[in-house]
Ligand binder design. Structure first.
Ligand SMILES: Nc1ncnc2c1ncn2[C@@H]1O[C@H](COP(=O)(O)OP(=O)(O)O)[C@@H](O)[C@H]1O
Ligand SMILES: [Mg+2]
Length: 286
């Protein structure tokens, strides 16, 4: 990123979210971060799955304190930053901390300050959020420049992704929302899922989504989780690593300001039809 004279340099902030859990948000976050780090960018990952974070576990880190301690005022940001692999820094979330599942307004204020402070010394800050449509998730995505909604090929994940997109759009209609389809068989499967979501978003929400890309289903991802290392570092030639690098390259080319959306792709010819989404939109019977 380039700094403009007189304007404080600030990281591009990217929130990674999903409707359904277990679709690959944390895998995507740590691997895109690691790929950006390996390419020489200054990258931070803020574990924003508040209360149930596991970025530290995925990276084999053992932090002594976490974001909850900062939001509670007991620690400063520098107390909880942990160096991760490939030059990235990690701000860990607490795990099993119920008080973080719904933040108070002073905690929101502090979180926004933490994000500003962290991003002042970085090129990219990735927020790995909880799944679903909680106030925490919607509030966190509002602090980001761009939002990535991760889904898999499964219809349940697609429907939940649509629900999140709908909520994101009503909370911030001008925000750029992109889609990553994870754990697909091939590029065609990823595009198919995106076309389904995109057609529904255009038809029912009047918004254009962006396709950020896909990640191939690859056993190397799970193997790397077991070794608590990013797959892009452990097995750089694995098919999933190539996909993560491609996504990282796309992120690296972003400036802070999103560009206007392009026209959407043509309507899909798929088994999961716009009518399926229409049913979701139908008024409920009393
Ligand atoms: N592209 C992929 N190929 C194979 N397995 C994957 C892929 N992405 C994620 N997984 C596996 O799916 C599980 C859930 O991934 P995770 O990143 O923790 O999801 P989330 O953060 O959305 O809950 C993990 O066991 C991970 O190894
Ligand atoms: Mg996760």
């Amino acid at each position: 990123m380039t700094a403009t004279a007189g304007v404080p340099r600030r990281a591009a902030i990217l929130a990674i979210t999903s409707g359904k859990g277990g679709v690959g948000k944390t895998s995507l976050t740590v691997n895109v971060a690691a790929a950006l780090g390996r390419a020489g960018h200054r990258v931070g990952v803020l574990d924003a799955d508040l209360g149930l974070g596991n970025v530290d576990v995925m990276l084999g880190l053992t932090p002594g304190a976490h974001l909850g301690d900062v939001l509670g005022g007991e620690k400063t940001l520098s107390d909880v930053l942990v160096p991760g692999p490939d030059g990235i820094i990690v701000i860990p979330a607490g795990n099993g901390i119920r008080a973080l599942t719904s933040l108070s307004s002073p905690q929101w204020q502090r979180l926004a300050e933490v994000i500003d402070e962290a991003s002042s010394a970085l090129d990219f800050l990735l927020l790995d959020t909880a799944p679903g449509v909680s106030d925490n998730v919607i509030g966190l995505t509002a602090l980001a420049d761009r939002v990535v909604v991760v889904t898999s090929y499964e219809p349940t994940a697609i429907v939940d992704a649509y629900a999140v997109i709908k909520l994101l759009m009503s909370a911030g209609p001008d925000r750029e929302v992109g889609v990553v389809v994870n754990a697909v068989r091939d590029a065609e499967q990823g595009e198919l899922v995106f076309r389904q979501l995109s057609a529904a978003a255009t038809r029912f929400l009047g918004v254009k989504l962006r396709y950020y890309g896909f990640v191939i289903r690859d056993s190397a991802v799970g193997d790397s989780v077991l070794e608590q290392r990013p797959v892009v570092s452990r097995t750089p030639d694995a098919p999933a690593s190539r996909c993560f690098r491609r996504l990282a390259l796309r992120v690296a080319n972003w400036s802070r300001r999103p560009t206007p959306p392009r026209p959407s792709l043509p309507a899909p010819m798929t088994p999961f039809s716009p009518e399926d989404f229409a049913r979701l939109e139908a008024p409920r019977c009393a």
